[in-house]
Design a protein around this ligand. Structure first.
Ligand SMILES: *Cc1c(COP(=O)(O)O)cnc(C)c1O
Length: 365
């Protein structure tokens, strides 16, 4: 047997079929581009805070393991996030890791993960490679509403161990109807995770609902508020749930640089909030501008991105042409039946949004 045949035979025999079947999460190259594809905050650290931040980092001891409880950071997150006193907190290396932790703790033969769709890609991807069954319930109508009847029927049928509700939802940008969310929470036989990655752009939160529901977990991340490079997410919920999930967390998952940097950043949370506020203003301007373009269907957004539908068959061409002009957005066409001809643009700085619109006008005329 040739060396490559032998290698391939071993891979096919040993890598779990569920893993082999998965497509790896693709991150396109973005060097030198106006990057409007990944919901990042476009603003760097305010210049006058840089030196103070570096001073904090100078005192970090990299020869020792991080504080496994991340006590100082957790206290800061609690204050910043309005976490109820009775709730516990679990930290993840991004909320992606928390989704994986939930799969490790709650997974197993016949276990089902459920989410409305189109939804956040990682729910499905992590379910696939951890061997969980993923049940998606289509959003309804023209405005991507949570389909309460379909959700309740799917819950009764599949008895999901975990239900994810992103509030606001990615990639549709809307925050679901609160009464429909409550009906899902009340009907759920397992845990419900409300993913509030875009809370900084929406302002509404389910944090206080933790006081009413012991099977509710609220997930947050610092990524979309301006700290995507740090990789930090958290899960708030009943301590009895979190004690179990903690067992699956690798002890030092939040490194010393992230712990120190995130605590420092949140001490200056007013600066991040000012950036978020500016992006909300830019979002409305970008939305109005897109609405004036002929032939586009634009959905209102409570997040830091806007999803729109191009004329049939045009999304791929628009995406490629923008890329050639140095503007990277996300092509959603083909990712989901409800997203045909759709594209998603992250709200950037005013000049970035202007470059996007200019490049867009050049294609759609
Ligand atoms: C971006 C995003 C996340 C991922 O957050 P990280 O903390 O960066 O891993 C989670 N959920 C939704 C809905 C997102 O859009």
């Amino acid at each position: 047997m040739s060396r490559s045949d032998d290698r391939n035979a071993r891979i096919t025999r040993l890598v779990r079929p569920a893993v082999q079947a998965v497509q790896a999460y693709h991150v396109p190259p973005a060097q030198g581009m106006v990057k409007l594809d990944a919901m990042e905050n476009p603003y760097p650290w305010p210049g006058e805070l840089r030196d103070d931040w570096l001073a904090v980092l100078a005192d970090v001891t990299a020869n020792r393991y991080p504080d496994p409880t991340a006590a100082a950071l957790k206290a800061q997150l609690r204050r910043d996030g309005g976490v109820p006193d009775a709730a516990g907190l679990l930290l993840g290396n991004g909320s992606d890791e928390l989704i994986q932790l939930l799969a490790l703790a709650l997974g197993g033969e016949g276990r089902v993960v459920m989410a409305p769709g189109p939804g956040f890609a990682m729910y499905r991807l992590i379910a696939a490679f951890t061997g969980l069954e993923y049940q998606e319930v289509p959003l309804s109508g023209d405005d991507f509403a949570l389909d309460q009847g379909a959700m309740l029927a799917a819950i009764a049928r599949h008895q999901p161990a975990v239900i994810y509700l992103a509030y606001p939802n990615n990639p549709t940008g809307n925050a679901f109807d609160a009464a429909a969310m409550e009906a899902v929470i009340e009907a759920a036989p397992g845990v419900v995770v409300i993913d509030e990655a875009y809370e900084p752009f929406c302002g509404r939160t389910w944090m206080s609902a933790l006081e009413r529901y012991d099977h509710l977990l609220v997930m947050r991340t610092v990524s979309k508020m301006g700290l995507a490079g740090l990789r930090l997410g958290y899960l708030a919920g009943h301590p009895d749930w979190l004690v179990q999930l903690e067992k699956c967390r690798l002890p030092y998952n939040i490194n010393v640089l992230t712990q120190a940097s995130a605590a420092f950043a949140l001490e200056h949370g007013d600066r991040l909030r000012a950036q978020t506020e500016a992006l909300r203003v830019e979002r409305e301007r970008l939305f109005e501008a897109l609405c004036t373009r002929p032939g586009l269907r634009v959905w209102p957004s409570e997040a830091n991105f806007i999803t729109f539908r191009a004329q049939p068959g045009q999304a791929g061409g628009i995406h490629a042409s923008l890329r050639e002009s140095g503007v990277l957005i996300k092509n959603l066409d083909g990712s989901h039946p409800l997203l045909s001809d759709c594209l998603r643009v992250t709200v950037g700085r005013a000049e970035e949004n202007a470059r996007f619109l200019t490049a867009l006008d050049a294609v759609i005329g």
